[in-house]
Design a binder for this molecule. Structure first.
Ligand SMILES: NC(=O)c1ccc[n+]([C@@H]2O[C@H](COP(=O)([O-])OP(=O)(O)OC[C@H]3O[C@@H](n4cnc5c(N)ncnc54)[C@H](OP(=O)(O)O)[C@@H]3O)[C@@H](O)[C@H]2O)c1
Length: 321
């Protein structure tokens, strides 16, 4: 039985006219999660979608271990947004869509706009930081889990941590006040610098797990089986080589040991890449193992396991597109 809808009163301390407005590009799982929590904390939220549907204006969220709540959010298509009106933008698309989505919305950004990127993997963030250098660009590394029950209702299934930091100087200048805004929500948010190292730490684990779960069509836990675990080891060794060459810190216990801890701790999980392949959607492989491969090529380091895995995922799951 569905729990009755409730609506939280807006927080009186955050309802003055000066309250910042958040625009969220992409109303998928994470975009809806952040829209729900920001809106319930009293922020004005505008969700920007590609195609507007009538049902879009009624939105709800099931907070982590909580009851279903309705939240107010204005849902608009990108075209109807006024030029130079967006002050604070969260980009909540998948990694391959982030740059095209931002390019489409560029005329709508105010001169001093702040852009917060939520993408998994790496590569999209760096390209955007370079191409949108006149704006404050921040990246977030997120371990929460969320999914859409239907297009209007999001479930916060796994409580995690959001680490956030500026990617460019303008981003670093505002990171403290952006983190403080986000800390007023029910999300757990920490300011973390250097954010590149934080993104790499998550990337390294995703490199070891996500692509393999897609090619083997298996849950995370199956990667503990000896034949698959040997592949995890090779991916980890290659990743460590590249991280060291880039001057990054490698986990003290070694990446392979850490990856195995994550595999054991998330044994029943279906990775996002496995889910994407099962839904027939493009994966983020180019921004995970593919990103490592490009870095390795640049450094002249051979990473045959990552090269083969990237090629196999592209060939098996992207070819028909
Ligand atoms: N979900 C999680 O629990 C979670 C946790 C940590 C990190 N992440 C990362 O967060 C990112 C987003 O993941 P997600 O799970 O929220 O993906 P998702 O549910 O697929 O949502 C992505 C949304 O972006 C929209 N979109 C794509 N291009 C757009 C454009 N040009 N303009 C406007 N909207 C556009 C899509 O709209 P259409 O419906 O029109 O295609 C879709 O609603 C990914 O990088 C993911 O790896 C997710």
């Amino acid at each position: 039985m569905t729990a009755p809808h409730q609506t939280l009163p807006l927080n009186p301390s955050t309802t003055q006219d000066s309250i910042p407005c958040w625009s969220i590009l992409g109303a998928g799982s994470l975009g809806s999660l952040w829209a729900g929590y920001l809106s319930l904390s009293g922020y004005a939220v505008q969700l920007l979608v590609r195609r507007l549907a009538l049902s879009d204006q009624t939105r709800s969220i099931t907070p982590y271990q909580g009851e279903r709540l309705s939240y107010p959010a204005q849902v608009s298509d990108i075209q109807s947004c006024a030029d130079r009106s967006i002050q604070q933008l969260i980009v909540a698309t998948k990694a391959p869509d982030a740059l095209p989505a931002l390019n489409a919305i560029r005329p709508k950004l105010a001169d001093q706009a702040t852009i917060v990127l939520l993408q998994n993997g790496m590569g999209a963030q760096q390209t955007i930081a370079a191409q949108f250098e006149q704006y404050a660009v921040l990246a977030a590394c997120i371990t929460d889990g969320a999914y859409l029950e239907n297009s209007q209702h999001v479930i916060h299934a796994g409580k995690g941590l959001t680490r956030i930091g500026g990617l460019n100087q303008k981003g670093q200048a505002v990171e403290q006040q952006i983190a403080e805004q986000l800390q007023k929500t029910a999300l757990q948010v920490e300011l973390s610098q250097p954010i590149e190292q934080v993104l790499w730490n998550k990337l390294a684990i995703n490199i070891a797990i996500n692509g393999l779960t897609a090619v083997h069509q298996c849950l995370n836990g199956a990667l503990a089986e000896p034949d698959k675990n040997q592949q995890v080891l090779q991916l980890c060794l290659e990743t460590e080589k590249v991280m060291r060459a880039l001057g990054l810190t490698v986990p003290e216990q070694g990446l392979f040991a850490l990856a195995n801890q994550v595999i054991a701790g998330t044994a029943a999980n279906r990775s996002s890449m496995l889910q994407d392949t099962q839904k027939g959607q493009p994966t983020e492989i180019e921004f995970i193992n593919g990103y490592l491969l490009r870095q390795a090529q640049h450094l002249g380091i051979d990473v045959p396991y990552n090269a083969a895995l990237t090629a196999e995922v592209l060939q098996r799951f992207h070819q028909a597109r």
